[in-house]
Each structure stands twice: as structure tokens, then as C-alpha cells.
Design a protein around this ligand. Sequence first.
Ligand SMILES: Cc1cc2nc3c(=O)[nH]c(=O)nc-3n(C[C@H](O)[C@H](O)[C@H](O)COP(=O)(O)O)c2cc1C
Length: 261
Amino acid sequence: MPCKNLKIVCFSPTRTTRRILDAIAEGIGAEQLEVIDVTRSDRVPESCECAGDDLVIIGAPVYSGRIPLTAVERFKVLKSCGTPVVPVVVYGNRAYEDALVELTDLASEAGFKPFGGAAFIGEHSFSTEKTPIAVSRPDKDDLGKAREFGRFIAAKLAAGDISGVDIPGDRPYKERSPKASASPISNDDCQLCGACERVCPTAAIAVGSLVETDPDKCIFCCACVKVCAFDARKLEVPRLLEVSQWLADNFSECREPETFI
Ligand SMILES: Cc1cc2nc3c(=O)[nH]c(=O)nc-3n(C[C@H](O)[C@H](O)[C@H](O)COP(=O)(O)O)c2cc1C
């Protein structure tokens, strides 16, 4: 069963998940590649049927040991009758806890057939110069391992083997953390260029003669902070600054990607 049609399905506000999935796809080397990137609300298709002879790689970041609710909602457009799928999570060097098992279950519930899985590391969304966490991950080695994982996926599929594998994580999943009503803010260096508005996955930002952010829509993904060319957007929420410091102090040792196939 060689892979003809590969679909990448992803939610990836700061693009680390997307980069890992692209590298896995390179390793698979399918004849045709379709990308369904649901990061922006206006790019979510109404529905997405996957055929039995497609291969799907689905990926999302880890938020508090779970799949972000926004991604869970957007992945609901996916439908399948037995399409082989490989779920992949990307986390900021702390832990992925129940996220990979949750994504695997989501895929099974939508009719897919999970036959592998992986957890890779990406620069933490909260990483800053003062509180560096997994800076510049995925790096060259991570991307090499992602391509190698892609080759293993292709070989397993070519052998006609889509048997499931054990995925670490607990059921019931850990409780989601309650969401605070807050957001990054723009300072006086802001040039009103609108880049933050364009990358916001929840349409929480409106740029006019000033930048307005809806704190209830913000999911703290930090896409707006990372995209700002003027370094004018900061996540200065006291509780999250404490978390960033704790992460930088306690999770500086590089974790390695884990693959299950
Ligand atoms: C709200 C929030 C919660 C997060 N929780 C975790 C976590 O539990 N463990 C972890 O290691 N990283 C955590 N991260 C870091 C992201 O998983 C990591 O930066 C990932 O690479 C982001 O993926 P993206 O670039 O595709 O958006 C969290 C990030 C955010 C914004």
C-alpha cells in the first residue's frame, strides 16, 4: 500500500507544529500532498472527507498537557471511514502529558485508523530573551528525526501494516486549566502594520488607529508576539510571566522527540 495522497491537517499558531509536519511529509515522499491548515478561522473548510487510501498526518501543539480547545473544535470538520492517520503533538520542552492520546482518540472518533504517533519539541510560545525555553526548536536534528519518522511511516504503510500502537497518556485526560481573560498588549513601538491581526487564530485582534484585543477570545498562543517585527507586542500577564520564569528555570534540559510506530 504505497502512499499516493498525503494530507497534512494542522493547527499551529507559532508554526513549530507545521514545520515538524512538513518534515515528516518530506520523509514520506507521497505523490500528492494537500495541506489543511486550520490555524486561521477563515481557512477552516466546511467539511473534509478523507478516503481510505489517503494517509493523514494530523498535528497540534500541547497546551497544558492537552490539545488546545480551538484545535479540537476545528478538527471536527474531519470525517473518514478508516483512513490511516498518524497524530503528532509538539510541546515546549516541559511535557506532553495526555495530548497525544487525546489527539489519537479524536482521530479514532472521527473514523480514522491511528497506526503511529509522535511528540516533538518546539520553542515554547512563552519563550522570550529573558525567559528562554527550547529556543529555536525544532532544530536541524529535530527536523532530521521528523523526516526519518516519515520514512518509517511510509515503510509501515507500504508493508500493508496499519496496526495500532501504544500511545502514552492517561484517560480520563488531565483537567483543562481555566482560561484567564487577558491577552498580550502592543506598546508604543507598534507601527499598526496589522501583522498581529493577520496571524491571530481566533480573530481576537483588530488593528485600526490602535490595536484592540479581545481578552476573552485570546488563547495566549503568542503568534502575535512572535510575528511582530517591531518587538512591540508583549505577553505581560503577571501569572504567565511567573509561569515563563518557572519554565525557563526548570525545563532547560533539552528533551528528545519520541516516536511510536
Ligand atoms: C497556553 C499554552 C500552554 C502550553 N502548555 C504547554 C505544556 O503543557 N507543555 C509544554 O511542554 N509546552 C506547552 N506549551 C508550549 C507549546 O506546546 C509549544 O510552544 C509549541 O511548540 C507551540 O506550537 P505551535 O508553534 O504549533 O503553535 C504551551 C503553550 C501555550 C500557548
